[in-house]
Ligand binder design. Structure first.
Ligand code: NDP
Length: 234
């Protein structure tokens, strides 16, 4: 039977590849975007993860359309890179509020229905830099490291309800987020990645599909690197 899936930030980039993959797997998939603009072949609800009311309204719409969310892919994320000495309070809190508190708001709302159904999959898109660190990205790395403690706490809290909570830590992936990197920085990164290239968003989507599947029923609290080897040992 089709599961009810919600992918935050599923209108482009990694989230869109994830949504398309899960739809191809046979799930009923809705994506969020801030604009609510149509996305070909997928249901869309407007949602800003910085706003609990907006998150609640998005979930209510999904529940009406396709039933309570059984698989949440918490993917919405932003960067505002700056060296610490120049990083403003606003740059720090905007990234934490979106990437970490946004995951808290969506997971909290999702878990309500999952507890009732006594099943659920929470999948958080973190980043290799959460554990590896990244100069000029202290806000982003902190938000992504925070997701690990958050997800693992939920794994412990919710395991008895048959709800799993896992993290995927992608390396560098071709998307709008990395399109802003200079050619020089790209070269540096590729030089440090054992597989010698950026990932395609579909390569992250494949691992999300696995975590959402029956094959991953006994996995919870895992942090799965999908980074071409960049973060090995971290
Ligand atoms: P994109 O910049 O291509 O897409 C970001 C997505 O997040 C968009 O759908 C955007 O929606 C959504 N979003 C941003 N802010 C909010 C908000 N306040 N409320 C709701 N949605 C929001 O990024 P990627 O696809 O590359 O990244 C997706 C995730 O993967 C992020 O969490 C990112 O940190 C992570 N990641 C990316 C890597 C990469 O190399 N690309 C590497 C490791 C992790 P909208 O269109 O409305 O702005």
């Amino acid at each position: 039977m089709a599961r009810s899936v919600l992918v935050t930030g599923g209108n482009r980039g990694i989230g869109l590849a994830v949504a398309r993959r899960l739809a191809a797997d046979g799930d009923a998939v809705t994506v969020t975007s801030r604009s609510g603009d149509p996305v070909q072949g997928l249901a869309v609800v407007p949602c800003d993860v910085r706003d609990a009311t907006s998150v609640d309204e998005a979930f209510s719409a999904v529940e009406t359309a396709q039933g309570p969310v059984e698989v949440l892919v918490s993917n919405a994320g932003v960067t505002k890179d700056q060296l610490l000495a120049l990083m403003s309070e606003d740059d720090f809190s905007y990234v934490l509020d979106t990437n970490l508190a946004g995951a808290y708001r969506t997971a909290k709302r999702a878990v309500r229905g999952m507890m009732r159904q006594r099943r659920g999959r929470l999948i958080f898109i973190s980043s290799v830099v959460g554990l590896y660190g990244s100069g000029g990205q202290a806000n982003y790395a902190a938000s992504k490291a925070g997701l690990v403690g958050f997800a693992r706490s939920l794994a412990r809290e919710l395991g008895s309800r048959n709800i799993t909570s896992n993290v995927i830590a992608p390396g560098f992936v071709e998307s709008d987020m990395t399109a802003v990197l200079s050619q020089e920085r790209r070269k540096e990164i590729i030089g440090a990645v054992p597989l010698g290239r950026f990932a395609a968003a579909e390569e992250i989507a494949g691992v999300v599909s696995f975590l959402a599947s029956d094959a991953a029923a006994y996995m919870t609290g895992a942090v799965i690197p999908v980074d071409g080897g960049l973060g090995m040992g971290h």
